[in-house]
Unconditional design. Structure first.
Length: 62
C-alpha cells in the first residue's frame, strides 16, 4: 500500500510539472482550481478551472 501511494504522488507531481512547463503559472492555477473544486464538491470552482485549462489548450487554435 505505501508503494502505491508513493507512485501516485510521483505521478501527480510529474503531471503538475508538465503542466507548469507547457502552460506556465496559469496552467497551475487552472489545475489547482479544478482540483480544489472537485475536492470541495463546488461545481463553480471546478468549472472555472476547467474552462481556464481548455482556453490554454485551445488558445493557439482560436
Amino acid at each position: 500500500m505505501p508503494v502505491l501511494a508513493l507512485v501516485s504522488a510521483v505521478l501527480v507531481l510529474a503531471f503538475e510539472q508538465l503542466v507548469q512547463w507547457k502552460y506556465g503559472a496559469t496552467g497551475i492555477v487552472g489545475l489547482l482550481l479544478l482540483t480544489v473544486g472537485i475536492k470541495a464538491k463546488s461545481p463553480s470552482v471546478s468549472s472555472v478551472g476547467a474552462v481556464l485549462l481548455v482556453l490554454l489548450v485551445a488558445g493557439p487554435a482560436l
